[in-house]
Design a protein around this ligand. Structure first.
Ligand code: ZN
Length: 310
């Protein structure tokens, strides 16, 4: 029996107050404006539902495929597509924010999923940092620092460089800072609580903050969050496994076979070019390996990030 087609999607772009134009420069994306902050590369979320570009079901939305062709996803048991894959270009700082977990989101956000996410640093300027974690030791201290706008005392910043990887659990205060470009694998959720937005204005008004919800979901005290170095040596390396996903980095120099058992998997080529069982791809391309596909062999000189649901 012939293998199923690898599935390529048309991305959904989001302009943002903090966005830039690096996605066009780096990946040749046809971005809608010079403040494009996010590319939802593989998403079935109602706020950005990607369209399949190739194969028998070309033109169908990913959410439609999820509803109607469970076999394409290894019959993975979930009421919605579980993951969301994004490229984020932060020309300016993102708001300092936090995400709820599944149980809080289910009750307080109309049955939405919570958001666990992880970041692979595609690019950043020397000396870059990200916000990850906070210093408050008690809920009272946390609330007081927020109410007093003492954000420099509250937040922790960690140094990052290109190729670093960071897991962000729900309840963790975090922010991507200006000059940093990342690839994000996350739960399929669009729930963000803004704690602080640098007093910026959008169309003359500050963006909404979500102080009470933030105070409710921020975990105290916060475990220290650190960036791991992912390395360039040839081969496959697992970067993280959590309840929702596993993420791997594949440094392909010649040939590499990915044979992990998956319901389905998402592949992002972040550098170089190559082929996947003969199908060509280049940096900036993302595709889905359908359920039941079996081992896949990549050839070429390229760096891939591979995410699979758990
Ligand atoms: Zn986030």
């Amino acid at each position: 029996m012939a293998k199923k087609d690898l599935m390529f999607f048309t991305p959904e772009f989001k302009t943002m107050i903090w966005g830039g134009s690096k996605m066009r420069d780096r990946f040749g994306y046809d971005i809608p404006a010079d403040n494009t902050g996010e590319c939802w590369a593989i998403s079935a979320h109602p706020n950005g539902d990607c369209t399949l570009k190739n194969g028998e079901f070309a033109g169908k939305k990913l959410s439609w495929l999820w509803e109607n062709r469970k076999d394409l996803f290894g019959n993975y048991d979930s009421d919605r597509f579980p993951l969301l894959l994004k490229v984020i270009d932060a020309k300016d700082n993102l708001s300092i924010q936090v995400h709820p977990d599944d149980s809080y989101a289910k009750v307080n956000e109309n049955g939405s999923l919570g958001k666990t996410e992880c970041w692979y640093i595609l690019d950043c300027e020397p000396g870059s940092t990200l916000v990850a974690g906070h210093n408050a030791k008690t809920k009272e201290e946390l609330c007081k620092l927020i109410d007093d706008h003492e954000f420099t005392k509250l937040i922790r910043e960690i140094p990052v460089s290109k190729g670093d990887f960071i897991q962000i659990e729900p309840g963790t205060v975090h922010a991507i800072k200006g000059g940093v470009m990342i690839l994000e694998t996350q739960q399929n959720s669009d729930i963000t609580y803004r704690v602080y937005d640098y007093d910026r204005l959008q169309n003359g008004k500050p963006r909404e903050l979500h102080i009470e919800k933030s105070k409710a979901v921020i975990s105290v005290p916060q475990n220290s969050v650190s960036a791991i170095k992912t390395g360039d040596e040839p081969g496959l390396k697992k970067l993280v496994t959590c309840k929702y996903y596993s993420v791997y980095k594949a440094n392909v120099k010649g040939s590499l076979t990915f044979g992990e058992k998956v319901s389905f998997a998402l592949v992002s080529c972040i550098e170089g070019k190559g082929t996947a069982d003969g199908t060509e791809f280049k940096a900036g391309d993302h595709f889905l390996i359908p359920g039941g596909y079996g081992p896949i062999t990549f050839k070429g000189e390229c760096t891939l990030i591979i995410s699979k649901p758990e």
